[in-house]
Design a protein around this ligand. Sequence first.
Ligand SMILES: Nc1ncnc2c1ncn2[C@@H]1O[C@H](COP(=O)(O)OP(=O)(O)OP(=O)(O)O)[C@@H](O)[C@H]1O
Length: 699
Amino acid sequence: MTASSSSKKGPPHPGDQGGGSEKKDAHPLDDFIPRMVTAKQVQAALDGPLNPFNLQPYSAQYKGILRNRKELPAYAQMTEFYEMFTKHQIMIVVGETGSGKTTQIPQLVCYSDLPHSRGKIVACTQPRRIAAMSVAKRVADEMDLTLGKEVGYSVRFDDMTESGTTFLKYMTDGMLLREATNDPDLNCYSTIILDEAHERTLATDILMGLLKGLAKRRPDLRLIITSATLDAQKFQRYFSIRRSSPAPLFKIQGRTHPVEIFYTRYPEPEYFEAAIRTVLMVHRAEDEGDILLFLTGQEEIDDACRKIQIEAEDLLKQDPDAIGPLVCIPLYSSLGPALQARIFDPPPPRKNPKGPAGRKVIVSTNIAETSLTIDGIVYVVDPGFSKQNVYNPRNRVESLLVSPISKASAQQRTGRAGRTKPGKCFRLYTEKDFMKELEDQDHPEILKNKLDSTVLTLVKLGVKDIVRFDYIDAPAPETLMRALEALNYLAALDDEGNLTALGGIMAEFPLDPRLAKTLIVSPDFKCSNEILTIISMLSVQNIWLRPTNQRKEADQAKALLTNPDSDHLTLLNVYNAWVQNSKDPNWSWSNYVSQRSLLEAELARRQLESLMVRFDVDLVSVGYGPKLYQRVREALVCGLFMQVARKEGQEYVTVKDNQKVFLHPSCGLDHTPEWVLFNEFILTTRPYIRTVTAVDPKW
Ligand SMILES: Nc1ncnc2c1ncn2[C@@H]1O[C@H](COP(=O)(O)OP(=O)(O)OP(=O)(O)O)[C@@H](O)[C@H]1O
């Protein structure tokens, strides 16, 4: 620590040897009192010559970033923060977008943990992996430390932390939940920050219940719940110690830069067209600055990127002195990390030194809605829609529907502008609709998703009564019952609802319970090597590329890789052919399959394989031939037997619920077999089953 703070001695650290005069192996930071740290000490440390976390001199980059951090509202309220943090085990933090909740609060907590060599980890959860990864990178830079060492992240299939070194870990809420199943006391953490709690993802909701209980067992554990302002009181009440004393609220006042909001005068009948028009209008008429456009899904986004790009090139040709170059970058969750990272690339350079600056347009799903700072975004275009998952427990159908966003989402979207300078947000709906039609909040996922996997996690966590668990909002009993029933059929739970040995292992795999079961039983069919590949391929989206102008060629290429009896076996063929061709991107390109999806599948495969090793699930194969194909199909039935349909006339009817369904157009079967199993039931223009395999009812 710097000289300025070494005079401020406080009570000894719990690990200190008491009574001695000079401590033998004193650490230079020993007088930096954990939990009792003051804003003054931290400010002195931030401005000091040495980084207290690694005792190295600060870099020039650090000093530059620090100047900006000092402008953040969270910095200005540091004293108040520490006052509350030292007094309370649980606190709720609210603040406007961009005030520094995600980047600053976890750092402040880290100072209170110094010297970290003795310490535990500070965890900060994020609903989305891209946010966890990019914020960890930003914070590592802010702290002048190395990403993957002192500051790390952990997301499904990608762990960038170092055991014993990492003391600040950004992670998806799902990862923390998974860790809790192995260590219910989460002993390695000193403080857990549930960030973006207002998003109410399934995992965050369950974590809130667990951590509320855990806080009673572990008085040393601190919890911080951060949220957009609208629903803070709900969290305060939920985390109250007694009925009369709600959890304290730390309000970060103010924001960094103003964002001007514009509404349309009349409702827009075609949001997609309006969105493209608006982006081009901004490009033509507004000053330098990048644009972020929110759309609902991959197809729409790719389509928009193409259209915007073409139009912008036309504009540039017509008037190169007034219009700058433009590059359009898509962002959605199925893009691999490398392509997602393109959103942080600089905008294209000017065409000529006197001409207008280049502009970057990012077209994204709502994964860019929270916690993400993309430097340079000045304009946000928000058509007001997103794709939302809705589960109907009566017919067990999950459907993705394009629906209006909530006011909270709209505010988050607006908040993506004005992060590094003042911004503008164009809402493609009227102000009246915003006020009257949009709900305040999105419905919590726990009230609208299928809960099979969640219930398995809860049982594994030792929750005895699933219905009476301390949910912040309890799900419909019917949804819970459906989940218990499915897990019982899968033999993950016995008839009394207790976890079986099989269920215990299933819960260790980050997969839908049906797929976990398939994988675990597959050695009995001597094909676990193949099932592992198929499941890894199922975990990534969009293996097939089908560019609009090359649909025929793409379909022909796909036909050559297709197994006529099974889309699952087709996935196996694709992966194996790719490996046989040395994972050559040219092979992928000429066969119209996505190299990046295959790379992601490979990553998933590696991670799942290490779990198989850990839980003694043998990796075996009978070798190629018709026998293998049949065994793979039999193994699939073991996990997916609840997802079987039978042909009736031109269509299929599901065996379990008697629903009429159709084979999805992407299905590669060359005939319509009597019985099929399917991976997914989706409702779009019609009820479809997707990724289908012909099966024999005997199995
Ligand atoms: N990668 C980055 N590059 C440049 N500036 C950044 C970056 N990340 C964060 N910042 C700055 O830090 C500010 C605070 O970001 P932070 O993510 O902590 O805000 P927040 O309060 O969590 O907001 P939100 O909930 O909207 O994500 C941003 O407004 C921006 O000015």
